[in-house]
Ligand binder design. Structure first.
Ligand code: ATR
Length: 266
């Protein structure tokens, strides 16, 4: 049977095996998807070994996405732009191909599962780390009116803005309201928020947090208190997996029912 796995460290709590098992059942594909604990010293050898033994595809997660990127012979355009790879497969001639499905997974979740268009919208991205870099290309591909990147360290926002031809700002200097605000800072992990002004949101603003949790994230709570609706990143997790599945199996699974089911079990 075709073998797939996710490599990360830590990996025990990864939801990917469950997600891909669900997709495989839904699309009637015969495959095995397991976890592989990445070794910080041996990651590259582990990847090569997996494919030498006939493995069909790998997902890559923290902290190996940049190392996977560096290993690839061929990169998708979106992986090049992201500077990181979360999906690997072997080409027919033995070339290692790397893609990044995080951004398109998020964009498809926003559009298809939440019914929000990004086209002609004023979009604010919070943060300028790997998470934001990974979504910039697919967000810009939707032809928004404008994309502003706000970050605590403004220089990092400016560097991304220069590369992707959008706007950069400090949190202080932001001029709202925005139509869509996407939180890609790692602040939510510690339950904190960047210093966001109330004027960033109006009635029509819709907010998305790349983080997710059982309870509303601090960012979505902030939005909710100001009358703005939104969604967390559980659908992004499922969405990036769906795009990887599509790359490997040429079938794009339906994601909304799985997100609902996972939400109930949180
Ligand atoms: P990731 O890969 O998750 O994006 P990262 O590359 O370390 O992780 O980036 C983390 C992002 O969260 C950065 O934009 C960081 O801001 P700085 O560049 O100024 O460090 C942002 N961040 C983390 N904690 C934050 C906090 N408490 N307030 C505001 N921004 C925060």
């Amino acid at each position: 049977m075709d073998q797939y796995a996710v490599v990360g460290n830590p990996i025990a709590h990864s939801k990917s095996p469950r997600i891909h098992a669900y997709f495989a059942q839904q699309t009637e594909q015969n495959l095995i998807y397991s976890t592989l604990l990445g070794d910080l010293a041996e990651f590259e050898n582990q990847v090569r070994d997996f494919f030498e033994k006939g493995g069909k595809g790998l997902n890559i997660t923290v902290p190996f996405k940049e190392r996977a990127y560096a290993m690839c012979d061929i990169l998708s355009q979106r992986a090049k732009q992201a500077g990181a790879v979360n999906t690997l497969m072997m080409g027919k001639n033995g070339d290692l191909f790397g893609d990044n499905t995080d951004g398109i997974g998020m964009v498809r979740d926003i559009i298809h599962n939440h019914g929000q268009s990004l086209t002609d919208k004023r979009i604010l991205l919070l943060g300028a780390g790997g998470a934001v870099r990974g979504v910039l290309e697919p967000v810009l591909a939707e032809n928004p009116e404008s994309v502003t990147i706000a970050n605590r360290t403004v220089e990092k926002a400016q560097a991304l803005a220069d590369q992707f031809d959008c706007l950069a700002s400090s949190f202080d200097a932001l001029d709202g309201p925005f139509d869509i605000i996407i939180n890609g800072t790692s602040a939510s992990m510690t339950g904190s928020l960047p210093p966001l002004k109330d004027t960033l949101v109006s009635d029509g603003t819709w907010c998305y947090d790349m983080m997710y949790g059982k309870d509303r994230t601090v960012f979505l709570q902030w939005a909710h208190e100001r009358g703005a609706d939104g969604a967390d990143g559980l659908g992004m997790l499922v969405g990036q997996a769906a795009e990887a599945f599509y790359l490997w199996r040429q079938i794009r699974p339906e994601t909304a029912s799985l997100v609902d089911e996972m939400r109930k079990q949180m």
